[in-house]
Design a binder for this molecule. Structure first.
Ligand code: NAP
Length: 497
């Protein structure tokens, strides 16, 4: 293999001299046909790439290719599959800086955030590469004489992966790596707003020599390709991360065919701040979780529930700290908060600020699009805080997915936990306290799948299960050892000797 450059042979150039990134079906790059633009949300004049726009027929072909590749791939020894994943990790590592910069240009997050996410994707491939040598089943003693009984893990077949735009490399990685190590073959449909990072993983899979048909990639309209994927005859399972609305639709469609599904959806995550917390650390943790990555994390804090004795002081400190955050192009040093992903998300931020202002009064800081030189061509929005929010307000119940924080007052720790749980969603939840008792009351009482104590509500690692509860999630958890549950089945054997 020659030296890698970001202009890879899987991409061709259109008649304006622009790079077109192809779909990947049965080991071949498919660039013919219509394309769609991938624009920089910090500067919409910049086209980061032109993506080949896949069709329903492409999805069907991809699923057939995956089905044809399944017998050989699934019979390969686990450690041999692991070696391919190690190779993918190595290639991504070699391309680390270019991929991170491309992520900032296509998704808008700051370069340090993009580097952190790229590193995580590499670690995920290494972690699941190692799982190839384990793939644990069960071996237990029988009640009967001379009976040997055990259970083996076996792959499902063709798995569809549908990913969102906000973690454009980590989420494709944390679905693809466990799917492959378990022996499945895959059709990956990335988010249209940030497909290039997922494309880079597929490119690394190709360069690592993963056999044709094992990994397939089709970019394009979620509605069209999503339906085609759910109807593809070869499909056995779908793992989806995205909005609650689309997740519920996938649930309904997949149930008609009894497909195995895993849905990770929205959050409206609380951070409880008690009077006994380390005050300065709690301010940092709330600001970090609410505003970094532009609030576009499913685990972001969007409700700060603060105990009465420190409420006013904490609110003032939050506002002061938030005013110091720098909004701008994520490629520039010193920028804390990049742009919203697109015009639709910017409009959502603006709409929810109007709703919040009617419900809770004017925001105490922020609430507006950032304009002026260096901002007018991007989707920049001020980090925003509403105060004195109460649970019945929409700003306390509905996911904004932007840098908008609702601050709520609680009488005491028990009241704070009640408010935190007073919502249909349950992805992540956090508490800031120095009391072991309050921490454990929270650990046992919080209705969420991911909990943090004295840390931001966002910022998880890949070695433990990931996923929510209530309306945020459906099906087995992702990441860590739990990921194997979704991507494999158990075959139980009783043997008399
Ligand atoms: P989205 O609009 O639901 O899209 C997610 C993916 O589904 C995209 O690839 C999209 O394609 C595709 N899609 C759209 N319509 C579809 C359909 N009818 N059938 C099948 N697929 C379809 O979500 P998003 O705006 O990308 O992401 C933001 C949401 O994701 C937020 O709600 C956030 O909380 C959630 N999220 C959750 C987690 C978690 O782990 N719980 C993690 C990250 C994000 P197109 O892009 O082409 O429309």
């Amino acid at each position: 293999m020659g030296a890698w450059s970001p202009l890879h042979f899987g991409a061709v150039w259109d008649n304006r001299g622009m790079q077109v990134f192809g779909n990947y079906i049965n080991g071949e790059w498919v660039t013919a046909g219509p394309t769609f633009e991938n624009r920089n949300p910090a500067n919409t004049d910049e086209v980061v790439g032109l993506m080949a726009k896949g069709s329903a027929a492409d999805v069907e072909r991809a699923a057939e290719a995956a089905q044809a590749a399944f017998p050989k791939w699934s019979q390969l020894a686990g450690p041999a599959r692991g070696n391919y994943l190690f190779k993918v990790a190595e290639l991504l590592d070699q391309r680390f800086d270019a991929i991170a910069a491309e992520m900032t240009r296509e998704e808008g997050k700051t370069l340090p955030e993009a580097k952190g996410e790229t590193r995580r994707a590499i670690n995920i491939f290494r972690y699941f590469g190692g799982e190839g040598s384990r793939l644990p089943g069960f071996l237990v003693p029988s009640e009967r004489d001379r009976v040997h009984m055990f259970a083996l893990r076996k792959p499902l077949g063709v798995v569809g992966l549908i990913t969102p735009w906000n973690f454009p490399i980590a989420i494709p990685a944390w679905k693809l790596a466990p799917a492959l190590i378990c022996g499945n073959t895959v059709v990956l449909k990335p988010a249209s707003a940030s497909p290039l990072c997922a494309w880079r993983i597929v490119e690394a899979c190709h360069d690592a020599g993963i056999p044709p048909g094992v990994v397939n990639f089709v970019a394009g309209s979620g509605g069209e390709l999503g339906s085609a994927l759910l109807n593809a005859k070869a499909l056995r399972a779908v793992s989806f991360t995205g909005s609650t609305e689309i997740g519920h639709w996938i649930h309904a469609e997949a149930s008609k065919r009894r497909l195995r599904i895993q849905l990770e959806m929205g959050g409206k995550n609380p951070t409880i701040v008690l009077a006994d917390a380390n005050f300065a650390a709690a301010v940092e943790n709330v600001v970090n979780a609410a505003f970094f990555s532009t609030g576009q994390k499913c685990t972001a804090t969007s409700r700060a529930i603060v105990e009465e004795p420190i409420y006013d002081r904490f609110l003032d400190a939050l506002i002061e700290r938030t005013k110091k955050l720098k909004v701008g192009d994520g490629m520039s040093a010193g920028v804390d908060i990049g742009p919203a992903i697109d015009q639709a998300q910017l409009d959502t931020n603006i709409r929810y600020c109007e709703i919040g202002a009617k419900e809770a009064g004017a925001p105490r800081v922020g609430g507006k699009r950032v304009t002026g030189p260096g901002y007018d061509k991007g989707f920049f929005f001020e980090p925003t805080i509403f105060a004195d929010v109460t649970s019945e307000m929409r700003i306390a119940q509905e996911e904004v997915f932007g840098p908008v924080l609702a601050v709520m007052k609680a009488k005491d720790a028990a009241d704070a936990l009640r408010i935190a749980n007073e919502i249909p969603l349950g992805l992540s939840s956090s508490i800031q306290t120095s009391s072991l008792s309050h921490a454990f009351d929270f650990i046992y009482g919080a209705e969420a799948g991911l909990l943090t104590v004295n840390l931001p509500s966002a910022g998880v690692e890949y070695q433990l299960p990931f996923g929510g509860t209530k309306d945020s999630s459906f099906g087995p958890k992702e990441q860590g050892p739990a990921a194997m549950e979704f991507y494999s089945d158990l075959k139980t054997i009783y043997l008399k000797y």
